[in-house]
Design a protein around this ligand. Structure first.
Ligand SMILES: NC(=O)C1=CN([C@@H]2O[C@H](COP(=O)(O)OP(=O)(O)OC[C@H]3O[C@@H](n4cnc5c(N)ncnc54)[C@H](O)[C@@H]3O)[C@@H](O)[C@H]2O)C=CC1
Ligand SMILES: O=C(CO)COP(=O)(O)O
Length: 327
């Protein structure tokens, strides 16, 4: 391991794709994965077939199952599912390196954004957030995208941005950590709603209307939590919302599509090893929004659908029948 080695915590699709992106300029990357067979396959075959199939990984990526190996690295991208992040970070030894949070969600048990959970789980570590329109397979293939890299201050940006900027991966500076987190968490819930519209065959007008009204919900909630409007209309908010609400490549969108086709959420999720974060975020988002007095009717509808309280067609009819209001 050289002093240029970068670390990634989480060997799912996104952690592996980020490791591939980081390694593209010849850097060594140390990737922590939860499952031993994933560690072994990456080191032996340079593949991660359970989570990122069909991608030949850069041999400069080395996997490990031991968090202690990551202790001294200058930069660690944190890419676990949101609900597992606290437990994983508690196991990370102390160290000076920046933690860049790349998971998208709200912790169910506490209602906390990832940055608050990480502050408690890994005290003293400088924290930043990386979020934007980034399907893992596209990034792993080197297809271009841009992301919000929200940092505590310009000094942190100056430290981190050169380590993650690649020709096909372009970070934009922000200091709005809350806004960057809220965009990524809320868009997953809205993507489920857009998938339902697709599953019911309601057409592209309906989907565009839902994206726009969903963005209004994201903005109301974000502003109530202290986010900045420009962040919500940027890459980590609207940018990711448009991506995830438009493609069955999204696990959240495809979950919603299955709900629209009449399947039960529990059955769809039981068939998957991969995470659809919106299913975990929806109920806690609803709870936090209600506590703050923020109306989120689309999020409420997704919660009712996930709980099996209402049929998809009835849920859409109820949304359309709400009293008329100003835009
Ligand atoms: N896949 C994508 O395109 C993108 C994903 N993200 C976010 O990245 C985060 C991670 O998602 P993916 O990499 O897609 O995961 P994934 O759905 O590909 O894989 C699931 C991950 O969960 C891990 N896991 C399962 N049980 C665990 C446990 N008890 N403790 C720790 N880890 C456990 C598995 O090892 C695996 O890494 C999520 O918050 C997701 O929203 C963000 C941007 C893009
Ligand atoms: O966050 C993502 C793209 O930016 C991935 O979305 P899904 O988790 O819905 O697949």
């Amino acid at each position: 391991m050289s002093n240029r080695t970068l670390g990634v915590i989480g060997g799912g699709a996104w952690g592996t794709a980020l490791a591939q992106m980081l390694a593209s300029d010849g850097r060594e990357v140390l990737l922590w994965a939860f499952e031993t067979p994933v560690v072994e396959e990456i080191n032996r075959d340079h593949r991660n077939s359970p989570y990122l199939s069909g991608i030949d990984l850069n041999p400069a990526i080395r996997a490990t199952g031991s968090l202690s190996e990551l202790a001294g690295l200058p930069l660690l991208l944190v890419v676990t599912p949101a609900q597992h992040m606290r437990r994983v970070l508690v196991g990370l030894p102390e160290g000076p390196g920046d933690l860049v949070l790349c998971c998208k969600g709200i912790e169910e048990a506490t209602g906390e954004l990832m940055v608050d959970t990480a502050r408690a789980a890994a005290p003293g570590r400088p924290l930043a957030v990386l979020s934007g329109p980034t399907f893992a397979h596209e990034v792993a293939r080197g297809q271009p995208t841009a992301v919000t890299l929200a940092c505590a201050d310009e000094g942190q940006w100056d430290r981190i941005a050169p380590m993650v900027w690649r020709p096909a991966f372009r970070p934009y500076f922000s200091t709005d950590i809350i806004g960057a987190e809220i965009g990524g968490a809320v868009k997953n819930v809205l993507a489920i709603a857009c998938g339902v519209v697709e599953g019911l065959g309601l057409g592209q007008n309906a989907r565009a209307a839902l994206i726009a009204r969903g963005f209004a919900e994201m903005t109301r909630f974000g502003l109530a939590c202290g986010a900045q409007a420009e962040t919500l209309s940027g890459l980590s908010g609207l940018g990711d919302l448009v991506l995830t609400c438009s493609s069955v490549s999204s696990r959240n969108f495809s979950l919603g599509k299955a709900l629209g086709e009449g399947r039960k959420a529990a059955d769809v999720l039981a068939d998957r090893a991969t995470v659809a974060e919106g299913a975990f975020t929806a109920p806690v988002l609803q709870r936090v929004a209600r506590a703050r007095g923020v109306a989120m009717p689309i999020v409420d509808t997704v919660c009712a659908l996930l709980a099996g309280d209402v049929a998809a067609g009835d849920a859409v009819a109820a949304l359309l029948a709400r009293p008329l209001t100003a835009e």
